[in-house]
Write a protein that binds this ligand. Sequence first.
Ligand code: FE2
Ligand code: FE2
Length: 249
Amino acid sequence: MKYVPVLASAELLHLLDGLTAGVTQPLFSADDWALRLGDDPGAQQFINQMRQEWLPLTVPDEFCQQMMDFARGYLEPFAGWPHLWAHTLRVTGTALALAPEAGIEPAHAFLLGMFHDVGKLDELHNGGSHEQIGADVAREQLHTHFNRQIVTLLTNVIAKKSSPLNPYTRLIHDADKLDKIGATGIARRLSTSSGTQFAALALSRVEEDLHDFPDMHFPTSQRLAEGKRAFTEMFLAQFIRPGAADGLV
Ligand SMILES: [Fe+2]
Ligand SMILES: [Fe+2]
């Protein structure tokens, strides 16, 4: 545990409190977070950053809409699904934004986003690998709509069995990793926390993710990463390490 809030900033503690939302809150857009966090200056700065990071999600076609409804319905029976669904929406929005630079059809990028973690709650409750579960679930849904070559490509990427050089692999890699840092990454980590002790742990995990952040493959993901890095550094700089100075909680 490396980070604890500075006691002096009541505003920051208030923001942290708002960010520790729990996994059951339906926070599916930056607007949902804005309502939750209120409008004091600290929260507003956070929300402004979140709005820049959380890219709009335009559903490419009717089949994609069906798959989106399916993915949501698949997750909904599990406790804590809203937290994962919010991540899925963000990753899919980012994947769509990267699609032109990756030379990938929007529908394919959309479906990678939708299915990349669809097995996550299965894995959590029943074991197995969420990548493989997700690939199996996707194959079942996609095989009547796409030819075998496309289905194999998409499911291999979801199963993480595709080449790291493949643009599809790169696209979902970048979109997924970007959700670990920045305002969305911080909110994502903190919203699984309860109490200051866990908030400190969540922030130290964000710090690790920032430290280990991988190279991005496309101009847009590089630009997004840069903005997210700068914000994360600035946000973490508001906290001090235990034992380093006064103001520990
Ligand atoms: Fe995953
Ligand atoms: Fe993910």
